[in-house]
Ligand binder design. Sequence first.
Ligand code: NI
Length: 170
Amino acid sequence: MNPLTILRYPDPRLHTVAKSVVSVDARMRKLANDMLDTMYEAAGIGLAATQVDIHERLVVIDVSESRDQPLVLINPEIIWASEETRVGEEGCLSVPGIYDGVERAMAVKVQALDLDGKRQVHEVEGMLAVCIQHEMDHLLGKVFVEYLSPLKRNRIKTKMIKLKKDEERD
Ligand code: NI
């Protein structure tokens, strides 16, 4: 177990744009495994490298109920998205306790490298499609609250700053 520290909104480092992974090597495999440990420990369904302050295009996901179907996407690219969209409730490990509706494509086709450096194409829908879009936003420096109104976003910012202060006091 090697849990990493998850950056919390409004940490400015969450707005860093990630660079492509140059080689899928031992370091990358260790990072992916540490990120999976961190995600499982935090009871999340997805985590982007950006959230652990590593600015390379890597995300880990597991939307299974049994928590045993990890998906690692390296240098993911969406090569197709359905025109049909849906507004669903989202949360984020970097914005604990906040859930709100975001409009996303219902289905996407994503191309990415796996941990063996092999190119895979995943055609997905439902929660997995939403999760992939949410995590890929992180790689572009975008947190889901940025889809909400400025009023809501400011309330969330204030709440997160207060939460951090409360935690530091404990
Ligand atoms: Ni997130």
